[in-house]
Design a protein around this ligand. Structure first.
Ligand code: XMP
Ligand code: MG
Length: 178
């Protein structure tokens, strides 16, 4: 598996260090508030786990699975709910946890949905931000790392459902795509 990676962009150590920094900001921001953390499946799973175990205040967790990718590498622009939350969001302080913001279409859809459902506040934390891909005005409140305009895998991010279990973020060798 590791021999299919051309380059490691963000190491395991860098990711772990960053989750500590982000977790302490989140702890401060939500202390005494009991926010609802909404993990966007499947990509946010490793990040959510490492991040929230370092948050030192009460937090509720739920998951949403949305898709606009159909297993490919480009956004179709159409967001589909595969799995909705089990929790009511009205009057709740939400912390949306994402793996990557690329076009921004997924998050734009989620933010609109949660506003419609009358969330009290919405905070977005993303491990990765790819500003070059943006098609909407959406911004995350907290960003782990900016990544260049390349398709990245690892630590939750997949190519055809593989590589999510890599502990780092990397770029695949070009021959893997063909
Ligand atoms: P949008 O374009 O809606 O994308 O902001 C959000 C979702 O798209 C997926 N995505 C990627 N997945 N490598 C991946 O493995 C990438 O470089 C990449 N760019 C976007 C991802 O699922 C994210 O939640
Ligand atoms: Mg994905």
């Amino acid at each position: 598996m590791h021999d299919e990676i051309k380059e490691v962009l963000i190491t395991e150590e860098e990711i772990q260090e960053k989750t500590k920094e982000l977790a302490s900001i989140i702890t401060e921001q939500f202390d005494g508030k009991f926010p609802l953390a909404v993990g966007v499946l499947k990509g946010a799973m490793p990040f959510m786990s490492d991040l929230l175990k370092r948050v030192n205040t009460h937090i509720e967790m739920d998951f949403m699975d949305v898709s606009s990718y159909e297993g490919g590498m480009r956004s179709t622009g159409e967001v589909k709910i595969i799995k909705d939350l089990n929790t009511k969001v009205n009057d709740r302080d939400l912390l949306i946890i994402e793996d990557i913001i690329d076009s921004g279409l997924t998050l734009n859809y989620l933010v609109d949905l949660f506003k419609y459902r009358q969330a009290n506040s919405i905070t977005i934390v993303t491990l990765l931000d790819k500003p070059s891909g943006r098609q909407t005005g959406i911004r995350a409140d907290l960003v782990g790392f900016e990544v260049p305009d390349a398709f990245v895998v690892g630590y939750g991010l997949d190519y055809q459902e593989k590589y999510r279990n890599l502990p780092y973020i990397g770029v695949l060798k070009p021959e893997i795509y063909s």
